[in-house]
Design a protein around this ligand. Structure first.
Ligand code: GMT
Length: 378
């Protein structure tokens, strides 16, 4: 089967999971064609069966704005014609599902049939897609796709409430490569030493630092944990619009020596292996892929009790959940884990077990393969 994958190549969960999916499908023998405007951040090495088709965006003085949606549709048409794509799997509705639909219609006039699968990830439904200007297009693109999947039950329910009662919308959860995201695969003690010296507790957060992530809450949690007398250190991985505010808060709270900004590191497994607790205090989160990757490395999670997070993190078992913005409670949970090594160990093992038993590549990727096959034989 020839599978086209459209995604954002940037530092974000939808692009990460699309890339991981493509690489897993390629390892399982399928020919995978990524179609996007830059090499996806995790596609950092040669892999058999993986191809990359760069979307070039034409410019002409008449046009003040770039025509990405059309350029992407053109590239999909071109790739489908010459690589005989059987299915096109687009990640994030805007504008990918619209470009996919357009390409499908053009190809149809040439007698070529292309099945389009749209995977909804989060803010394409809960934030960006709700813009009144976009809503009709997102609704249309969901209804016009040959299949639609959501990454959590929460997101499926929101999609149904906010956009369409189209049926079926399948839930296929995000997944993690548990052989790569495995604490025992890395020299975690020496990585930890390099990162934070002899700090007693390492808190970590990974995101694209958008307001929805509430990055500054992680710094306030750190402050509360340190006030309790624990020599805690915070490692912030990623970058984005709230970075400056986060740095400013570190200075204001006199925490610069206890916070390390490491930037957009792509190979996050090594870093996670050096962490004690993963923080995800988001305002909303349809799944929380970074939390799952942390769990796979045996890192308990302290997160907000919102969106799809409770489908990943089980409160009191492999992590703790609190209301968004409840910094005191999140700090209390961190202190609880930091001062109870046996409990931390139990949570760590349970986090790893959840990743392996419910969210592994072997468990989830076949669900996408079945969906592709079903569409092809429909
Ligand atoms: O929806 C977004 O904010 C973009 C997207 C991304 O590319 O970072 O994140 C979403 O998709 C991820 C992968 O499925 C999920 O793990 C994130 O929870 C989700 N983000 C939000 O819902 C805020």
């Amino acid at each position: 089967m020839n599978i086209g994958i459209v995604c954002y190549p940037t530092y974000g969960g939808s692009g990460v999971i699309a890339t991981e999916l493509g690489m897993a499908l390629a390892r399982r023998g399928w020919k995978v064609h990524f179609i996007t405007y830059a090499l996806p951040s995790r596609l950092d090495r040669f892999q058999q069966n993986v191809n990359f088709h760069e979307v070039e965006i034409p410019s002409y003085p008449l046009m003040e704005h770039q025509l990405y949606t059309l350029a992407l549709a053109s590239k999909i048409i071109d790739t489908t014609r010459f690589e005989q794509l059987d299915v096109l799997h687009v990640h994030y509705a805007i504008p990918h599902a619209i470009s996919g639909y357009l390409a499908k219609q053009v190809l149809h006039t040439e007698g070529i049939s292309l099945r389009v699968i749209t995977t909804l990830h989060g803010t394409d439904i809960t934030l960006v897609g709700l813009d009144p200007g976009f809503h009709p297009l997102v609704k249309f693109s969901i209804e016009a796709s040959d299949a639609v999947t959501c990454v959590s039950n929460y997101l499926r329910d929101r999609t149904t409430q906010l956009f369409t009662d189209r049926s079926p919308i399948e839930v296929i959860p995000n997944f993690v490569d548990t052989t790569v995201y495995d604490r025992t695969a890395y020299p975690s003690a020496s990585i930890r030493k390099q990162l934070v010296g002899d700090a007693a507790l390492v808190l970590m957060h990974i995101s694209n630092f958008r307001p929805v992530k509430r990055v500054t809450d992680t710094i306030r949690i750190l402050a509360a944990v340190r006030e309790h007398g624990i020599d805690a250190y915070l490692v912030l991985v990623g970058d984005g619009p709230d970075r400056a505010e986060a740095e400013h808060l570190c200075r204001t709270l006199n925490l610069c020596d206890a916070v390390r900004f490491v930037g957009k590191v792509v190979a996050t497994a090594e870093l996670l292996s050096a962490a004690d607790i993963f923080l995800l205090p988001s305002q909303n989160e349809s799944f929380g892929l970074a939390a799952l990757e942390a769990m796979s490395c045996g890192v308990p999670v302290v997160a907000s009790n919102v969106g799809g997070i409770p489908e990943v993190v089980t409160h009191g078992h492999n992590g703790y959940l609190a209301e968004p913005g409840d910094i005191k409670r999140m700090a209390r949970y961190c202190i609880e884990l930091a001062t109870n090594p046996k409990k931390w160990q139990r949570f760590s093992s349970a986090a790893r077990a959840a990743a392996v038993e419910r969210f592994s590549v072997e468990h989830v990727v076949p669900q996408y393969e079945q969906l592709y096959r079903r569409l092809l034989h429909a």
